[in-house]
Design a binder for this molecule. Structure first.
Ligand code: GAP
Length: 481
């Protein structure tokens, strides 16, 4: 089948997302609100699976990462310390004619806010000098709207991790190197939300701050600091690793994780930021990019941030952020590696990656085009569809409901008895359900040797195997976990 063109493909994905209940425009009945999105029944499951899988990968499968769930509104001094109050801004110009506001560095390609459907400032009027426009959403804490009560919705989840470093350190029974991870909402008053959910004003992040020894301390303890060489295995941490090896370790860990949910390395690209692009305190930063239909764009950034954040909080709060390292017999402010991913961007990548059109024979053997969302079973919103072959045969329906109830405690199941079986399969193909279980007359013992067996259909190949009902749970669990 011919590949659909880029925009055509995005249009098809957006339309399927609405039709099947993955993503809706926020406040749609009032005309929507730019940069905000809602997740429907399938989208909510998909997103939850992504979060759960990430959380388990950090806190359950690693011994050196613990979790945190911090508040969205924090003391405003946090944002002074982090630099967000003064530097988290885009240079903006106003058009004196149409009154539109545009990013100074993207003037030719910025949508006109006056007429959002237009892609440029068409009046081409005289512009003001660029001014900084802070991206943080401002609010007031308490009933009085004074400067003393100003607070911000967090623009990243990371700062809470730094601010709580000592509390977690005191209770978690961890030793540096160790990490703290968090999943949660972040808010940025983006000038130009675009590419569907890709750049939103409200989104979720999954961030890890992995605290490591400064290189001088590694040198003191291990006698040397390992340097990276091409092809080196960075999967098993070593005592002589400094920031460079830990950074490489996390890049590789994150790539493996993306692979485990169906984003193979061929779908991703690494972009190593050049020295001149790095923040002054950063030693290295790699973007993991996905090849979206609208271009190759960042999914996650992995930065080596030195001791910048903890040192800033130490300075601004007056509280020590030092860690006593028993082995080094010394105190220091730990350095940090930060893998920071966006949940919504990843969900969009997974939707783009899953969208497939192929040709399969219909019930009469005639070729027909089907849309199938080829999600990895681990993150698929519904894991299995359960279908009685016919709706009007009480014995088939009863057995099918028994199978549904058998599977339900273990995974998301969709029971469907309405319409021709082929149509029911197609509906689940579009929802991305990887498996379909059909209860037919053989299940009831029409052929005695097939009593209590069902057909198990694979979404991608449409192949059906006969399996025992008693084998279903272990067989499916092995594929969806
Ligand atoms: N603590 C580091 C940090 O926040 P970032 O590169 O600004 O770094 C990390 O954000 C990730 O958060 C991005 O890679 C992206 O996945 C997601 N993200 C950032 N801004 C976003 C937006 N406006 N809409 C959706 N996701 C966003």
């Amino acid at each position: 089948m011919a590949e659909p063109k880029t925009n055509e493909l995005m249009e098809k994905i957006v339309s399927l997302c609405k039709r099947r209940g993955f993503i809706f425009q926020s406040s749609e009945i009032y005309g929507g609100i730019n940069g905000f999105w809602d997740y429907g029944p399938l989208g909510a499951e998909l997103k939850r699976n992504v979060r759960d899988h990430w959380w388990r990968a950090q806190t359950q499968y690693r011994e050196d990462v613990v979790g945190l769930d911090a508040s969205i509104i924090m003391h405003p001094k946090i944002w002074e310390a982090s630099g967000h109050t003064t530097t988290f801004s885009d240079p903006m110009v106003d058009c004196k004619t149409c009154k539109g506001r545009f990013r100074a560095d993207q003037l030719d390609s910025t949508p006109c806010p006056v007429k959002p459907s237009k892609m440029v400032c068409e009046c081409d009027g005289e512009k003001t000098e660029p001014r900084a426009f802070n991206l943080m959403f401002k609010t007031y804490v308490g009933p009085i709207e004074t400067v003393d009560n100003v607070a911000f919705l967090r623009p990243e989840t990371a700062q809470a991790i730094f601010a709580q470093f000592q509390n977690v350190n005191a209770c978690a029974r961890q030793k540096v190197p160790f990490g703290i991870c968090q999943i949660g909402k972040a808010f940025r008053n983006e000038i130009n939300p675009r590419n569907y959910t890709f750049r939103s004003r409200e989104f979720e992040q999954m961030e890890i701050e992995f605290f490591i020894r400064p290189d001088e301390v590694v040198q003191k303890i291990a006698g040397n600091v390992a340097t990276y060489a091409d092809g080196m295995d960075t999967s098993a941490p070593q005592a002589n690793w400094g920031w460079e090896l830990w950074h490489r370790h996390w890049v590789e860990e994150r790539l493996k994780w993306y692979e485990s949910i169906g984003l193979g390395r061929d779908t991703l690209e690494l972009y190593w930021q050049e020295k001149k692009e790095l923040a002054h305190y950063a030693k290295a930063c790699v973007d993991i990019q996905y090849k979206f239909p609208f271009g190759t764009q960042e999914l996650e950034g992995i930065a080596a941030r030195g001791d910048f954040d903890l040192t800033q909080h130490q300075k601004h709060s007056g509280k020590s952020m030092e860690y006593f390292d028993e082995e080094a017999k010394a105190k220091y402010v730990p350095h940090v590696i930060e893998p920071s991913a966006g949940v919504d961007r990843l969900v969009l990548a997974l939707l783009c990656n899953a969208y497939t059109e192929d040709t399969v024979p219909d019930e009469k053997g005639k070729p027909e085009t089907r849309v199938v969302m080829k999600f990895h079973p681990r993150i698929a919103p519904i894991k299995v569809g359960v279908f009685p072959l016919l709706k009007n045969k009480p014995d088939l329906v009863k057995k099918a409901k028994e199978v549904r109830d058998l599977l339900r405690p273990h995974m998301t199941v969709f029971y469907d008895e309405a319409g021709a079986i082929g149509r029911r399969y197609r509906r689940q193909d579009e929802a991305g359900t990887p498996f379909g279980v059909t209860i037919d007359f053989d299940t009831l013992g029409e052929k005695p040797e097939l009593l209590d067996t069902v057909t198990l259909r694979d979404r991608d190949t449409c192949k059906q195997d006969r399996v025992k009902i008693s084998d279903l749970v272990p067989l499916l669990l092995q594929k969806v976990r």
